[in-house]
Design a protein around this ligand. Structure first.
Ligand code: S3P
Length: 439
């Protein structure tokens, strides 16, 4: 196991940083570039383990993908929707739910067999949520444990459009259905009760697909022609969240985060922190590759407790572990509700964060669909040596613990820090820079 020690900061943070490129958009750039016709050049691709799994699988399916200067840019030579070939080996998605679910949609429409697998965490996550709608579309797709878990086996199928009311809010499921819809006979309609991230819709439109969006309904026609594009990938707001949180909980801090994605389906964390009292200014806003990008200027402040629930949850779903750390520093009891989906992420993030908070001597109540957290009103976290850190396979838990350690009473060896590479390969370097700058 990799060791990564974080010591409490002795001073406030005054820094300007760039965060890694967006993970969700990096996956989609490789996939949609592969579906398109022509040369797609991707600048600022996230070369993390999850996105590299997507890249390798597209290569296994016969797509020509190359990178220059250690992933400074990636070139995808797309040959259209029907250009893929059978892989001789099983397609390994590693820890990446986005890879397995998005690719299930495309592979359901191919004329060859595919088998998708992943690591222990991925093998325990729910796959019925993609298997069910794809089966309704005519896919021949099955999975372990009565079609609810990976490995997933997909045989050649002929797809037709469906109208599908999403039982849960999930951009991965929505995207799998949209990709399958590109191949299906007739229109595919997806109805979302709560809006999830819309990067697939945006990128498919940028590549020339016709997608109609009416209120909470997405309509996608079949056999569309996608034309290659050049893409710039903005900084990942979900990665930025760890440093927004650090500069929110360390008194007198100021931090600038450059070129961060501010797509409204992803900015729930910024809005909630503002409501808690953090000052966040959004400047230099631009539209790049059909996505909004801006610089964020964050200033710490006293934090109020807050309740977060309902349709805000999908807008900050990946940021909830680090939001728990911020809530644990606020004054009063904060509540997270309607977030049962957290139980199906890389780890059961409700259970894992409850244990992390207890280890940090924070009073916490685990709910079926969330957490109640009694904040420490800015007092440092005390590491409780009678409680174990949770065992997890989860990058966002490890990074949340690292941020809490900046405000703890003693140095912490971050448990499971090797998982951080799935989304944020230079996280440790930035934490070290903050520690050096704050002595
Ligand atoms: C993602 C969607 C979200 C998110 C995940 C990435 C995506 O999951 O948690 O990290 O890229 O589509 P859901 O499918 O549950 O929304």
């Amino acid at each position: 196991m990799k060791q990564f020690a974080v010591s409490p900061l002795k001073n406030s943070i005054k820094s300007t940083i760039s965060v890694p490129p967006d993970k969700s958009i990096s996956h989609r750039a490789i996939i949609i570039g592969s579906l398109a016709n022509g040369k797609t050049e991707i600048k600022n691709f996230l070369a993390s383990e999850d996105c590299l799994n997507t890249l390798k699988i597209m290569q296994q399916l016969g797509v020509e993908i190359s990178n220059y200067n250690n992933f400074e840019s990636v070139t995808v030579i797309g040959k259209g929707l029907h250009s893929f070939s059978e892989s001789k080996s099983i397609l390994n998605c590693g820890n990446s739910g986005t890879t397995i679910r998005l690719l299930s949609g495309i592979l359901s429409a191919q004329s060859f067999l595919s088998i998708l697998t992943g690591d222990d965490s991925l093998l325990s996550r729910p796959m019925g949520r993609v298997i069910e709608p794809l089966t309704l579309m005519g896919a021949k797709i099955s999975g372990r444990e009565n079609n609810t878990k990976a490995p997933i086996v997909i045989s050649p199928g002929i797809l037709h459009g469906i109208t599908y009311e999403m039982p849960i809010s999930s951009a991965q499921v929505k995207s799998a259905i949209m990709f399958a819809g590109l191949y299906a006979k007739g229109e595919t309609r997806i109805i979302e009760k709560e809006k999830s991230r819309d990067h697939t819709e945006r990128m498919l439109s940028a590549f020339g697909a016709t997608i109609k969006q009416e209120k909470n309904e997405i309509i996608i026609g079949s056999e569309q022609h996608l034309e290659a594009q050049n893409i710039f990938i903005p900084g990942d707001i979900s990665s930025a969240a760890f440093f927004i949180a650090a500069s929110s909980i360390i008194p007198s801090s100021e931090m600038v985060l450059q070129k961060v994605l501010v797509n409204p389906t992803r900015t729930g964390f910024i809005n909630v922190l503002k409501r808690m009292g953090v000052k966040i200014n959004i400047t230099n806003k631009k539209e790049i590759s059909n996505e909004s990008v801006a610089d964020l200027f964050v200033t710490s402040n006293d934090l109020n407790a807050i309740e977060v629930k309902g349709d805000t949850i999908p807008l900050l779903i990946d940021e909830i572990p680090i939001l728990c750390i911020v809530m644990a520093q606020a004054k009063g009891k904060s509540i997270i509700k309607d977030a049962k989906e957290l139980r199906f992420k890389e780890s059961d993030r409700i259970k894992t964060m409850a244990q992390v908070l207890r280890k940090l001597s924070v009073e916490v109540n685990e709910l079926e669909d969330g957490l109640e957290i009694n904040g420490l009103s800015g007092e440092p976290f005390r590491i409780d040596n009678s409680i174990e850190w949770p065992k997890h396979f989860d990058h966002r838990i490890a990074m949340s613990i690292a941020v809490a350690a900046l405000k703890a009473n003693e140095p912490v060896n971050i448990p499971g820090s090797e998982w951080i590479n799935t989304s944020f390969p230079n996280f440790e370097k930035i934490i070290n820079q903050l520690q050096m700058a704050a002595v």
